[in-house]
Design a protein around this ligand. Structure first.
Ligand code: CA
Length: 234
């Protein structure tokens, strides 16, 4: 267990579990692994808590009072909230796992589980991180993106981008000149949200071009016919 503690990145974790004893075991195990943990015992309070402060991860039970874990998940995602979601499903609820992943969960764990297994999953999800956490400030030509602060400037001039637009641009700015297919972009950003398709990528590229391109110059996001897009260093 010492290895978990020493290697783990401290995360803000919301534990949503209505069974008091299990909830307290999980909370204490996560706290021992140096995470900051908040507990919610029903669907409505989980959604409210998730909306009120930042969490890196939500450990989410399926069967909850109020409304269930799927509803919590869909409301969290609908609000555009970033946390990773680890769903807890009962062994008899095999369909729940599939439903959970389809609804946007990042991983699931079948009850009953060993706390070591939970900690290992939590740690793995923490390592994946979100694009905003993976790097600090990126510079390409006169473009500057601080993904963590969701701040973008071109030539020193601030341009407001939505979180999704920042995620798309972040992909390009990490590897300028590399061509990304629509599928790859789609997969990286919308892997958890299966209702999206590659046309969504085209819409985001269009919106980005409108916002960040100079009016009298060719777009810095170049279409590579039949392949995808890449970023030209301006
Ligand atoms: Ca439950």
């Amino acid at each position: 267990m010492a290895a978990h503690v020493s290697n783990a990145r401290t995360m803000d974790i919301l534990v949503v579990e209505d069974e008091p004893q299990l909830a307290s075991h999980v909370v204490r195990a996560l706290e021992r692994a140096n995470h900051d943990v908040v507990h919610a015992a029903d669907g409505p309070s989980a959604v409210e808590t998730a909306g009120n402060r930042h969490f890196d991860l939500v450990v989410l039970d399926v069967n909850l009072p109020g409304f269930d874990g799927f509803e919590v998940l869909s409301r969290i995602r609908a609000a555009g909230l970033p946390p990773r979601v680890l769903m807890l499903t009962a062994r008899s609820e095999i369909g729940d796992r599939v439903a959970g992943l389809k609804a946007g969960a990042d991983d699931y764990l079948t009850k009953p589980f060993a706390l070591e297994e939970l900690l290992a999953r939590v740690e793995a999800l923490g390592r994946r991180g979100t694009p905003a956490e993976q790097s600090s400030v990126l510079h390409v030509g006169d473009l500057c993106l601080d993904a963590a602060k969701r701040r973008f400037t071109r030539g020193g001039e601030r341009i407001d981008l939505s979180p999704r637009e920042i995620e798309v641009l972040h992909i390009f700015m990490q590897e300028p000149g590399r061509t990304f297919s629509r599928d790859e972009i789609c997969e990286r950003i919308w892997e958890r949200e299966h209702e999206y398709d590659t046309r969504t990528v085209e819409i985001f590229i269009m919106r980005l071009r409108k916002k960040i391109d100079r009016k009298d110059a060719p777009s810095i996001i170049t279409t590579v016919r039949g392949v995808g897009y890449h970023l030209e260093a301006p």
